[in-house]
Write a protein that binds this ligand. Structure first.
Ligand code: FES
Length: 204
């Protein structure tokens, strides 16, 4: 018997509202599963277990069916395997505000292109089409934490915190940046108005 209880996503995280809107527009009909997963991937950058469970419960289809679709079609990507995940929104509003520079900076610091994980396995680089926070563009989601109006230097610094990759100052990390990888859960503080920190990492 299917578990039809609809999970409650973080109420202030607009990404879930984008997915909800698509499901609602299709009347939560199971035949719209591919379209909904497309929206979810464009919004989150990839499909992780939490997203697939949410879609399955909301559309009343077995989780196995959602997994089946997500793994069958090559255009779907499951959550990347890097220790940390950096999603750069490349939707129109963010693009106008410099998303391409952000992405270039992330690729430079990690050595990984969008869709790839850095050679040391520390950081997966992902792009999303729009995460629903256009007014705060450019936006990136760092380990599930949406950060609005982020600058190139800011995103580089955050990634260097993850990786301890040396900065441009003679090999020493920037002041205030720890020299060892940051352990433990993602920061819990909300970063931008209307978007609450939310960890989308797959449960182990
Ligand atoms: S285009 Fe980036 S949040 Fe909408």
């Amino acid at each position: 018997m299917l578990d039809y209880e609809k999970p409650s996503p973080p109420p202030d995280d607009r990404r879930w509202k984008v997915v909800d809107r698509t499901m609602r527009s299709h009347g939560y009909e199971p035949h719209a599963l591919i379209q909904v997963l497309h929206t979810a991937q464009e919004t989150f950058g990839y499909l992780d277990e939490e997203v697939m469970r949410y879609v399955a419960a909301s559309m009343r289809v077995p989780l196995s069916q959602v997994y089946g679709v997500a793994t069958f079609y090559h255009f779907f990507t499951l959550k990347p395997q890097g220790e940390h995940t950096c999603v750069v929104c490349t939707g129109t509003a963010c693009y106008i505000k410099g998303a391409d520079s952000l992405l270039a900076a992330v690729e430079e610091v990690t050595g990984a292109k969008a869709g790839e994980t850095s050679a040391d396995g520390k950081v997966s680089v992902v792009t999303a089409r729009c995460i629903g926070s256009c007014g705060l563009a450019p936006v990136a989601v760092l380990d599930g934490e949406a950060v609005g109006k982020i600058a190139v230097d800011g995103i580089k610094e955050r990634i260097r915190e993850w990786t301890s990759i040396a900065g441009d100052n003679g090999g020493a990390p920037p002041a205030g940046i720890p020299t060892t990888p940051v352990e433990g859960p993602a920061p819990q503080n909300p970063i931008i108005e209307g978007v609450t920190a939310h960890d989308t990492r797959r449960a182990s």
